[in-house]
Design a protein around this ligand. Sequence first.
Ligand SMILES: *Cc1c(COP(=O)(O)O)cnc(C)c1O
Length: 428
Amino acid sequence: MNLKRSQALYEAASRVIPGGVDSPVRAFRSVGGTPLFIARGEGSRVFDADGHEFVDFVGSWGPLIFGHAFPPVIAAIERAARMGTSFGASTALEVELAELVVQAMPSVEQVRFVNSGTEACMSALRLARAFTRRDKVIKCAGCYHGHADSMLVAAGSGALTLGVPDSPGVPVATAADTIVVPYNHPIALERAFDQAEDIAAVIVEPVAGNMGVVAPLPGFLGAARDLSARHGALLIFDEVMTGFRVGYGGAQARYDIQPDLTCLGKIIGGGLPVGAFGGRADVMAQLAPLGDVYQAGTLSGNPLAMSAGIAQLRALKDSDVYDRLESSGAALESGLTRALADAGVPARVARVGSMWTLFFTRDPVVDLDSAKSADAASYARFFHAMLEHGIYLPPSQFEAAFINLAHSKADIEQTVAAARESLDAAAA
Ligand SMILES: *Cc1c(COP(=O)(O)O)cnc(C)c1O
């Protein structure tokens, strides 16, 4: 594939932007090769700087549930921009989006908007610590909650570990307040609670999407709910990826578990920078200006982001969109699974609704350890072969791919056909 323009842009970018990217996974480090520079997107497709067209399964990493340049979202952004892009004062748009979120998620009585999922998680954790007057938090290995210091700890190699930082620059003392347990492991969670008294919160991705897609095993989320309640800690669902993705009410509706706090982002911003956190009114009442927990943002509740989010959530309401996503997902899963069997490749499709990962491992993936058993080199070969066949997948074995509502039956068929061609390369 001729990537002359992307290559030139990458070289120019690398002179002025560290690694040429503003977020590391974009650099293709784990699959190798030249990262694509995207010129535009339309529906299910993206077009790179060299004019290649791809069926896109990255979807901006989750926000674009209607695909690229969804006309109602674009119209809403245009309308809002003409009225002024930011005021640093309240607007009716924030009220409307907050009402949509509160109606969608019964556990969310109040919500505050921020500018990213990172900010949402960071703020929810501060609030949980203030509310419980405790310092420690439990997270699961392989779950991503943004890049705030206390969450850059994944340490666990399955065992229950006291956190050590994943990144230089994270103070050891900060990481020490983060306890890491394996995903899908209620016993480890119980042990963590038994071993520490001052646990403020458990934060978890109710469907893990940041080590590849890992569904919660039956009983895991319920155990997290019960243990948190029993020990006076708050349960925080990080639904930045799953909110309005695995169902209109998110994973909490899909699995019927009510967290105390919920983090949101991605879909609620329609492709613009946004995040939100919300939950129990008595907890949210601790936030300034009602309470003394400080949290703020110059551009929070930005009218463009609110407008995009409102347009997207309105379009997600009152229709069969989640049935359509489920059937596209099922078609893709069964097509890929047949292709794997025919090719004799030891890999499996993990999928929850429209989130999916093709793991190059024979074993079921239930936590970070089993995810790591997947062969990243096979994935890298598969990724590049798929790219040659016009399919743009996440450039890492350990990231979720997303089906959106713009993906047609033909797109799914094209993807399965491309996979049939590409699996030989992966196995090579
Ligand atoms: C994407 C993501 C985040 C971080 O959101 P940003 O907007 O990238 O800061 C946090 N948690 C989960 C579960 C995510 O998928």
